[in-house]
Design a protein around this ligand. Structure first.
Ligand SMILES: NC(=O)c1ccc[n+]([C@@H]2O[C@H](COP(=O)([O-])OP(=O)(O)OC[C@H]3O[C@@H](n4cnc5c(N)ncnc54)[C@H](O)[C@@H]3O)[C@@H](O)[C@H]2O)c1
Length: 253
């Protein structure tokens, strides 16, 4: 028996490294996926390819809806389209994220605002937009992508770490607000995963600074994060809310 049959699942930043693994794992469990990413020719093409691939592999009713999660009007339009198509939203995965790194004393305000815009405002706008529909149905699963960097900090990541820590506080507050309505709100905090954002990390820094700090001695796979997302989305986790599930090979122990 598939764990997410017929669950309408809105995944932001879905064509990225971790997002693709998540939508694949969610669709494999029977979810109908709303693939969101930025409205650029490249992301739009990747989103179309992804839904075709999901339909071929798993069947189901998957759609691509591009838009910038840092713009509330885009998010409202996306959610309107989802409701027009499916009539409900069961699961939201706030996965879209960017990282722009500088030391704090040399951090341009525009870069700070870009990171806050996607990683924090985007998460808030999506939560705000879906909650009326989840509250009405008395059912919902919200999963927000944090990061171990939001727990430990890391040099150069003042903005990124601030947003990833803020997402934990945001999730815990909303979890309390909707707990009696059958809606859970949790975070996944990936460690260093061999996909997506990590592709741009310099090898020298990775080997010297990161690897010695991972007790398991290796990077995680995108599928490790996808499995955690599926778990929190499923009824196996129905009594879990306000939690931060680290998937980090022991990095934060
Ligand atoms: N890869 C890792 O090791 C790692 C570790 C910890 C946390 N994370 C988090 O996991 C999530 C996914 O990251 P990833 O590694 O797959 O990176 P990625 O860059 O491959 O994917 C991020 C996706 O978000 C999309 N996106 C960016 N801005 C957007 C916007 N305004 N609106 C809609 N979509 C937007 C991008 O186009 C991209 O497809 C992020 O939140 C990231 O912070 C990743």
């Amino acid at each position: 028996m598939k764990r997410l049959s017929g669950k309408v699942t809105f995944v932001t930043g879905a064509v990225g490294g971790l997002g693709q693994a998540q939508v694949d794992a969610l669709a494999a469990e029977g979810a109908d996926i709303v693939v969101n990413d930025r409205n650029t020719p490249d992301c739009t093409q990747k989103a179309q390819n992804l839904i075709r691939e999901l339909k071929n592999k798993y069947g189901g009713d998957h759609i691509a809806v591009t838009g910038d999660v840092s713009r509330e009007e885009d998010v409202q339009a996306i959610v309107k389209e989802i409701i027009e198509h499916y009539g409900k939203i069961d699961i939201l995965v706030n996965n879209a994220g960017i990282s722009i790194n500088h030391v704090a004393w040399d951090f341009p305000k525009e870069d700070w605002e870009k990171v806050i815009g996607v990683n924090l405002n985007g998460v808030f706008f999506c939560i705000k937009a879906v909650l009326p529909y989840m509250r009405e149905k008395r059912y919902g699963r919200i999963i927000n992508m944090s990061s171990v960097v939001g727990i430990t900090g890391a040099r150069g990541t003042a903005a990124y770490a601030a947003t990833k820590a803020a997402v934990i506080g945001l999730s815990k507050s909303v979890a309390r607000e909707v707990a009696t309505r059958g809606i859970t709100v949790n975070c996944v905090a990936p460690g260093y995963i061999d996909a997506g954002l990590m592709a741009v990390m310099p090898q020298e820094y990775l080997q010297r600074e990161v690897m010695p700090s991972i007790p398991m001695g290796k990077l995680g796979d995108a599928s490790d994060i996808a499995r955690a997302v599926v778990y929190l989305a499923s009824d196996d986790a129905k009594y879990i809310t306000g939690e931060v599930l680290r998937v980090d090979g022991g990095f934060c122990i």
